[in-house]
Design a protein around this ligand. Structure first.
Ligand SMILES: Nc1nc2c(ncn2[C@@H]2O[C@H](COP(=O)(O)OP(=O)(O)OP(=O)(O)O)[C@@H](O)[C@H]2O)c(=O)[nH]1
Ligand SMILES: [Mg+2]
Length: 193
């Protein structure tokens, strides 16, 4: 459920970019932040290691505009993808209203994608969320590389029928804004139901 502030008339949804290590979650967030006009975004916080791996999370607030007299805001987060940061991932997922699963399209990252998604399912389950009825978007990132997974591979392996799927090259910004547009639409539609 989003945070509702009746006094300031603000609705804040939590959007979490989830996925295996190095899939491009931080690259997505940084691109979106840069692409937005200054008035629509707050400062970005990135907590990373010297090798630019996310240590805890990245975050920035994004203003979507007004609906029904309320300012709609997205709290944009990434999780750290490295396997041993599981506890952080669980914390960051708490209270999520929507998820963008950033998959690494490289063939040899198939297992990492599948394992990461299974952990996501498990963690959402622990928070009492049925992921099949949850706003979830699948982004196949790194489409610029050779030897990539055909679309449909992860959906088939993970039973993700009917979820929105987008292709991206996050380093070039391709597909990045489309992904957040689709994901925010899913989140708001679900809230209005
Ligand atoms: N070729 C290619 N490289 C990409 C793409 N997107 C991101 N990268 C690169 O992949 C590496 C990892 O990107 P990050 O955005 O830091 O990945 P992450 O998912 O945040 O990684 P963790 O924080 O460790 O989970 C960086 O070197 C990026 O430049 C892409 O679309 N194509
Ligand atoms: Mg990162």
């Amino acid at each position: 459920m989003p945070h509702i502030n009746y006094e300031s008339k603000e609705l804040a949804f939590k959007m979490v970019y989830y996925g295996p290590g190095l899939s491009g979650k931080t690259t997505n967030l940084v691109y979106i932040h840069k692409a937005l006009e200054a008035g629509r975004r707050g400062d970005i916080i990135t907590l990373d290691t010297e090798e630019e791996r996310t240590l805890f999370f990245d975050f920035f607030p994004l203003d979507l505009g007004r609906i029904g007299g309320y300012n709609i805001r997205l709290h944009m987060y990434t999780v750290p993808g490295q396997v041993y940061y599981e506890a952080s991932r669980r914390l960051i997922l708490d209270g999520a209203d929507g998820i963008v699963f950033v998959a690494d399209s490289q063939q040899d990252r198939l297992n990492e994608n599948v394992n990461s998604f299974r952990m996501l399912q498990e963690n959402l389950g622990d928070y009492g969320v049925n992921w099949k009825e949850f706003p979830l978007v699948l982004q196949y990132n790194k489409r610029d590389l050779a030897d990539i997974l055909p679309l449909g591979t992860l959906e088939g392996q993970l039973g993700l029928n009917g979820i929105p799927v987008l292709e991206a090259v996050a380093i070039a910004g391709t597909g990045v804004m489309e992904t957040i547009r689709v994901a925010s639409r899913e989140v708001i539609e679900r809230f209005q139901m």
